[in-house]
Design a protein around this ligand. Structure first.
Ligand code: CEZ
Length: 778
């Protein structure tokens, strides 16, 4: 392995596989990675704690906390505690000393510790007391974790050890929970009845995977299925079960279950021993017989995501994120729908927008699924139902006003990337009508819905939130308007007008261009406030997000989207960017608003009740930062855009602040940079985020300028001046383009050339197998 290492940080990225390795269990205690398959996701931290969820069809847990947990969406800044669900391996030496792998709960000192994240596996290598442990987690089929542990005697003496895998089952159900060991299956079988009260609900839970199991490749010497008996008085740090010579072979009978086994082994120097376990959930005991404990090739390839672009800029951290980890995170979003059966409409559409680059056919299906749930009047629902039994829940019962905007962004990105204009003639039904209409007709209605949402001033009503869903106080009485949504709506109208023109719908083109211009005028009149655009006007008529506000005086989204959507003059753009730099920029990226609110402002809403610097209350909210980057590329600010793109990546050199491994982009870093500098920059460790679609889009379309058009692939590069050359490989409409970008002085006009033939940048790229040379201005 060829490792790039920084002396002051315990993280290394392998230059060939891009695996990321952390070599301390204490430096970044929340450092984690995640694995997923069709059915489940597990977020594993470096110390052994786990958050695993499977879909049946709603998200559910098979390894739970010690008490009943509320069901919520995945939370940022997840908190770990002693009893937190985990996967631990106690090791007892002949002299009765005990430690636990990978680190919790005993927290011993190791001679060596590494935690490595590969695309399809998490691996630990730990050395202590003359023993080396190689621990690997991969996922099997369905709800199944596969754990391998190889112990090697690297010392000079014979070693006799006891190995105790301890997998948390936790509090399964207040109705019925118990566990026993099945001799013939070599398996701990913990059963429960998922709690329900209405008779009608029995049908809902009847097919749940209510069995949590731990199956071993080798017959254990003893076992325990009873959590209290296992931990005894020594608790998790010195469990009575491990201190005894032999586990108690305890069952659990309406007692909190656990899954612990005891394996004995004796190893001569250099000798090793491999053990394997499967841990997961099944519906019936019969399903356990088929579990083979081997990782199939097919599953490993589940994670082989075929990226749309491969870059070599010389910045290995940026390259590794763009080439490996980002496509994986995009694929996860496309596949797991953020572990809900009713993803928020805007999330579903933006996640699908990212999927266009990896699997455009799947993305197309998603788009049609969303459109088929549109109301006949053009309104989109607040969530897209993905399962026949799914319902709109939680946030999707709150009326938001922005969903139609995302249809337009999906469609534009899809058509640019695929050239599949036939999509406009594809048919989809409606939620509340038996009619079927073309995508073009659905889109016209979507635009009409956005138009209908304008008030007498010509501004977009916000209802109980727009993109920012905790902004629920602004328009609760139906009067408040959103500056951001007005701007985004204006952009959608311009985009739609452009699309109408391109398909020859001249009258529509004129109509929407005029509507867009009128909206632009209204925006200028009501939201432009000297140096930046205001965020909105409340029900009571208070314009907010302006310089005279003590808190929340400037918001990022209206500025970002003004660049994306409005016909700005260069001087206007200059004023905006200066203001963002002065008020919002930090070393971790731009804050979503500043200063963060420190007290409740009812006319803005729940957002102001979040902790200052957390999430929408002024974090470096990466989704908003990505909009800003997209805006910067729209106005050709390649240097500023690249600067933010780099800041958004969890960097090795700032890992001690972010606390995160560079294996995904988190939804935020703590903001309130000037108010709470101590916490600023800390990662949310949440990898569900609309950021990734936009980030990928920005790199491909913005930075590299590899944009699809009717006639093929065009070049509008925005390469930052700090890069003098770079290599790129880009898949586009089934062809793999190889490009070599070189910066040239502004005295020479930019061009591309292949096999010695020069072309102007307005000419689409040739489908050639040779390398295309691109000569660009920074
Ligand atoms: O969730 C996201 C939403 O899923 O917040 C974004 C919004 O655009 C996405 O659709 C900005 O508001 O309810 C809350 O207060 C939460 O803060 C969620 O809104 C938020 C979390 O970041 C969840 O990941």
């Amino acid at each position: 392995m060829n490792h790039k290492n920084r002396s002051d940080t315990p993280i290394a990225i392998c230059s060939t596989t891009r695996a990321v390795t952390l070599s301390s269990p204490t430096a970044l205690p929340k450092a984690c990675g995640f694995l997923y398959n069709q059915d489940m996701m597990i977020q594993m931290n470096c110390r052994g704690y786990a958050v695993a969820q499977h879909m049946q069809p709603e998200p559910a847990k098979y390894s739970r906390g010690p008490n009943i947990e509320a069901t919520t969406f995945m939370q940022p800044e997840h908190h770990y505690y002693t009893d937190h669900p985990g996967r631990f391996f106690y090791i007892k030496l002949k002299n009765n000393s005990v430690f636990s792998l990978p680190y919790e709960p005993i927290r011993a000192t190791y001679d060596k510790f590494t935690f490595t994240h590969q695309s399809h596996a998490l691996l630990w290598h730990i050395e202590k007391d003359g023993l080396a442990f190689d621990l690997t987690l991969t996922l099997g089929e369905g709800t199944q974790e596969l754990w391998n542990l190889t112990v090697t005697n690297i010392g000079e003496e014979m070693q006799e050890i006891d190995i105790y895998p301890m997998f948390t089952v936790g509090y399964m159900s207040w109705m019925n929970q118990s566990a026993r060991y099945d001799e013939s299956l070599q398996c701990v079988v913990a059963t429960c009845i998922s709690p329900y009260q209405m008779s009608a609900d029995y049908k809902r839970i009847a097919n749940f995977k209510d069995i949590t199991y731990l199956k071993s490749s080798e017959k254990p010497y003893a076992y325990s299925c009873n959590h209290s008996k296992f931990i005894g008085e020594g608790y998790l740090q010195a469990p009575d079960g491990v201190l005894a010579n032999k586990l108690g072979n305890d069952v659990s009978n309406y007692e909190v279950p656990t899954a612990v086994m005891q394996h004995k082994t004796a190893l001569k120097p250099d000798e090793c021993k491999a053990l394997r376990w499967a841990f997961g959930a099944v519906q019936s005991v019969h399903d356990l017989e088929a579990i083979t404990l081997t990782q199939s090739e097919k599953l490993a390839s589940n994670h082989t995501v075929s990226a749309a672009v491969e870059i070599n800029t010389g910045d290995s951290e940026f390259d590794s994120m763009v080439n490996t980890w980002l496509p994986r995170q995009l694929h996860y979003h496309g596949q797991m729908n953020r572990l809900t059966t009713d993803p928020q409409t805007r999330n579903y559409l933006q996640d699908s927008m990212g999927l266009i680059y990896l699997n455009s056919a799947k993305a197309r299906e998603h788009f049609l699924t969303a459109l088929s749930q549109q109301h006949r009047n053009g309104d989109m629902p607040d969530g897209i139902l993905l399962h026949k039994d799914a319902e709109l829940k939680y946030i999707n019962q709150v009326p938001h006003s922005d969903h139609n905007v995302w249809l337009m962004w999906f469609l534009k990105t899809y058509l640019d990337e695929t050239g599949d204009v036939a999509l406009l003639d594809a048919y989809a039904g409606y939620k509340d009508s038996t009619e079927n209409d073309s995508v073009f007709a659905h889109m016209s209605l979507a635009m009409e819905s956005l138009y209908r949402n304008l008030d007498s001033r010509g501004l977009s009503l916000i209802k109980e939130g727009d993109w920012c869903d905790p902004m629920n106080g602004v328009g609760v009485n139906g009067v408040g308007v959103s500056g951001w949504l007005s701007i985004a709506t204006c952009g959608a109208f311009f985009m739609w007008a452009g699309l109408c023109e391109s398909v020859g719908a001249t009258a529509e083109h004129e109509k929407w261009k005029q509507r867009a211009s009128a909206l632009n005028d209204a925006i200028e009149k009501h939201f432009w406030c000297e140096q930046w655009y205001a965020r909105g006007i409340t029900d009571e008529g208070r314009t907010f997000g302006i310089a005279t506000d003590k808190e929340g005086s400037m918001y990022l989204n209206p500025q970002a989207w003004a660049m994306l959507s409005l016909p700005l003059t260069p001087s206007r753009t200059h004023t905006l960017l200066k203001a963002v730099d002065e008020h919002l920029m930090t070393p971790f990226g731009p804050m979503m608003l500043a200063p963060s609110y420190t007290g409740f402002q009812p006319d803005i809403g729940r957002l102001t009740q979040k902790s200052p610097g957390v999430a929408e209350n002024g974090a470096i909210y990466n989704h908003a930062a990505a909009f800003y980057v997209a805006g910067l590329y729209t106005v050709n600010k390649g240097d500023a855009a690249f600067d933010v793109l780099k800041k958004m990546i969890p960097r090795i050199e700032s890992a001690n602040v972010t606390g995160q491994l560079p294996v995904y982009i988190p939804n935020y870093y703590r903001g309130a940079y000037f108010q709470f500098p101590e916490q600023a920059g800390r990662s949310s460790h949440l990898f569900n985020t609309g950021t990734v679609a936009w980030y990928y889009h920005c790199v491909i379309n913005g930075m590299l300028g590899l944009q699809g058009g009717k006639e093929g692939l065009f070049l509008k590069p925005n390469i930052p001046s700090c890069l003098s050359s770079l290599h790129v490989s880009r898949r586009f409409r089934g062809h793999q383009y190889k490009l070599h970008y070189k910066q040239i002085p502004t005295s020479i006009a930019p061009y591309w050339s292949v096999d010695g033939e020069r072309h102007d940048l307005s000419v689409p790229l040739s489908k050639t197998s040779s390398t295309i040379e691109v000569f660009y201005h920074a």
